[in-house]
Design a binder for this molecule. Structure first.
Ligand SMILES: [Zn+2]
Ligand SMILES: [Zn+2]
Length: 79
């Protein structure tokens, strides 16, 4: 716990999506608002993959936000 103590913001390229706050998901109704986090959209809309950083091709599964409870994994959303 002592040797891997390197600073994070020391020139390292941090990819931060300003569209979704790097969450990867935005509000379905407002595609420029994060779906979760401090700036989360409060309209109550469903989540949608961020069109900026979480674009997926057909058949691909968009990455889920951390801690996301995948309710889509139960019945729907399967091919
Ligand atoms: Zn919204
Ligand atoms: Zn994004």
């Amino acid at each position: 716990m002592s040797s891997e103590d390197e600073p994070v913001a020391a020139g390292a390229t941090t990819t931060t999506c300003e569209n979704c706050d790097d969450l990867g998901w935005v509000c379905e109704n407002h595609l420029d608002r994060p779906w979760d986090g401090p700036r989360a959209c409060t309209c109550g809309g469903a989540g949608a993959p961020c069109p900026v950083c979480n674009v997926t091709g057909e058949g691909d599964v968009p990455r889920m936000p951390e801690g996301f409870q995948a309710e889509v994994d139960k019945d729907g959303w399967r091919h």
